[in-house]
Design a binder for this molecule. Structure first.
Ligand code: O2Y
Ligand code: MN
Length: 601
């Protein structure tokens, strides 16, 4: 790229002892985007306060009530920029087949040709923040470095909450040149010029035209999952869209579980579950609510770290009933985005406890009253909040070795078909369960209700390579150890003839976790069925729930006819991958078909 950096470019100099490749890349990007200033973030509190002060001055942030909601702010994104843009998200591998049939693909050449002119001069008049960040606990052999260059102060401040940012990250990097590069600009925020491009072979992300969430906070979905999954395959570990929780029994022993569910299935709520009064002595510790990086340890067990330092969770529906721990977490030091504002300077959203306010300002900044035809908070409104503030945060949250995982859960939202819980016969069958995971759409997601979407391991939007290879990687990884976790499938969402849920969900899900834990310890009964091991009625604690007999029957039985119909849909999904799909998954499909036939006989 021709031309030198702008005059004031060197006003804030990079820390000494960085590898030349860091400063060379930052210089190269600055020459392209031409910011007025370059600010190297040190991740300090003072720096965070200065970023916030600047955003309060220019209106990017609005203050919330300093007593009721201390050190917290409201941000409103551009109304056309309110969620991840899956249709504008690309995997730019050299070969199209390496991205696979479930990703949008663009060749690296085309991507650079398309995006370079968009980035040229995009940061004129703005500051380019150089944000070094660490994914994973400091000192962990599993932690990874990234640097995001962004012209959004909102992104820089959010990364202070979501990652271990600044000095701690540069200390980890030392003189190494191993880091994931992320270049981000708001551009003109136009969806026509919005692209989120991943170059896994180059460990590079280019994102332009969005200031929101997964499109702009590059460490989260772009690095920790899309680039992360690519690196994980190369290095023999797993980068997964999974919560991590520790389940403590009344004797004080903690067992760790990782779980993958598609959006709107209550992942964050499960990660922060509060046991109901009936479950005396039990406790859930939160390690992570969204992403797990998992490596096999020397003892053959699978260890998980949460690469993130904060939660970026959806606001509507979060309440004292659904997630009291999250309500406590967000009481301070939180950035809310696209929620409604009450007259007393506190945030509000649909599904929060208590009555709706008599008046409020909606997510667009317009007056709102109950009965207004539109929602007060955007359905995908969110908050960014430090994980350390969660009352249930695990004492092992910062453990450099991670936590040993005993069970992996896959799940979805199924009104019929999937029973409450069942266990895979073995790892290979478990991978099949993950690979065929499906969830029914809700009106909020698509406008269409009840359409089954296959979302293997909840990774459809996040796998940075061909999912056929991803399945093969899962099969390979599990074969390496006799100590691999047991795999289960759960479904909290079966409905009865009147459409109401058969299972109470929320804190009562602990009963299901207890059966899972007991199975892992070889201490719970199960019946072998064509789809896997289901709990016997006695093995699952249903005491005090007063569930109708018909509900218990449905929750704990296999509908052979419905499963037989599923086979065709699973096959259609597998067919997309052609010959690249591992033969083992076809064998599992055949075996299921065979077992269902025997079950029907
Ligand atoms: O819409 C966005 O940009 C956020 S999406 C998101 C945020 C936090 C955790 N998970 C997700 C997701 O889509 O899985
Ligand atoms: Mn997620």
């Amino acid at each position: 790229m021709a031309g030198g950096p702008p005059e004031c470019y060197l006003a804030l100099v990079p820390p000494a002892s960085l590898h030349n490749s860091v400063t060379d890349w930052v210089d190269e990007c600055a020459r392209l985007a031409q910011p007025d200033r370059v600010h190297w973030c040190d991740g300090s509190e003072e720096e965070y306060r200065a970023l916030v002060a600047g955003m309060l001055r220019d209106g990017t942030l609005l203050p919330l009530d300093p007593h009721k909601q201390p050190d917290s702010y409201l941000h409103r994104s551009h109304p056309s920029d309110v969620a991840r843009s899956e249709n504008l998200t690309f995997i730019c591998t050299d070969l199209k087949e390496d991205a696979g049939p479930t990703n949008n693909w663009m060749s690296p050449k085309e991507a650079f040709e398309k995006l370079t002119p968009l980035f040229r001069g995009a940061m004129k008049g703005r500051t380019m923040y150089v944000v070094p960040y660490l994914m994973g606990p400091a000192g962990s052999p599993y932690a990874r470095m990234g640097i995001e260059l962004t012209d959004s102060a909102y992104v820089a401040a959010s990364l202070k909450i979501m990652t271990r940012m600044g000095k701690v990250a540069l200390d980890h990097l030392g003189g190494s040149d191993q880091f994931v590069r992320g270049l981000h600009s708001l551009g003109d925020l136009s969806p026509e010029r919005r692209f989120v491009c991943h170059f896994p072979e180059r460990r590079l992300i280019w994102s332009i035209g969005s200031g929101y969430g997964g499109n702009a906070l590059l460490p989260k979905k772009c690095f920790a999952l899309r680039i992360g999954s690519w690196i994980a395959r190369q290095e023999g570990w797993l980068a997964e869209h999974m919560l991590i929780l520790g389940l403590q029994d009344p004797e004080g022993e903690v067992t760790y579980i990782a779980a993958a569910f598609p959006s709107s299935c209550g992942k964050t709520n499960l990660a922060m579950l509060v046991p109901p009064a009936s479950q005396k002595g039990w406790k859930v510790w939160t390690v992570g609510d969204d992403i797990a990086w998992m490596h096999f340890g020397k003892d053959g067990r699978l260890y998980a770290v949460n690469p993130e330092a904060g939660f970026f969770a959806v606001a509507p529906g979060t309440s004292e009933k659904t997630n009291p721990n999250m309500m406590a977490t967000i009481r301070k030091n939180t950035i809310f985005t696209n929620v409604a504002l009450r007259p007393d300077g506190t945030p509000w959203w649909e599904g929060m406890d208590g009555a709706a306010p008599a008046e409020a300002t909606d997510w667009l900044g317009k007056p709102w009253k109950p009965g207004s035809p539109t929602k007060a908070a955007h359905p995908n409104s969110r908050f960014t909040t430090p994980a350390r503030q969660c009352p249930a945060i695990s004492p092992s949250f910062d453990d450099p070795q991670g936590v040993p995982i005993s069970a992996i859960l896959f799940g979805g939202r199924r009104a019929r078909v999937a029973p409450l819980v069942f266990e895979a016969f073995d790892w290979r069958h478990g991978v099949f369960l993950g690979a065929t995971m499906g969830s029914e759409t809700t009106a909020a997601a698509t406008g269409q209700v009840g359409v089954v979407r296959r979302d293997p391991m909840a990774m459809i939007p996040f796998c940075g390579y061909n999912m056929a290879d991803y399945f093969a990687h899962w099969l390979r990884v599990g074969a390496r150890s006799d100590e691999a976790p047991s795999i289960f499938h759960v479904n909290w969402f079966q409905t009865g003839p009147d459409g109401s849920y058969l299972w109470p969900g929320f804190g009562e899900n602990l009963r299901v976790l207890r059966w899972i834990l007991a199975r892992c310890r070889g201490k719970a009964d199960a019946v072998r069925t064509p789809i896997g091991f289901l709990p016997t009625r006695e093995a699952l604690d249903l005491g005090g729930l007063n569930l109708p007999e018909s509900s218990v029957q449905r929750l704990l039985s296999v509908d052979i006819e419905a499963w037989t119909q599923e086979l065709a849909d699973m096959k259609a999904f597998f067919d997309k991958f052609g010959t690249r799909l591992p033969e083992e998954l076809w064998q599992e499909h055949d075996r299921l078909s065979h077992r269902l036939k025997l079950g029907a006989a």
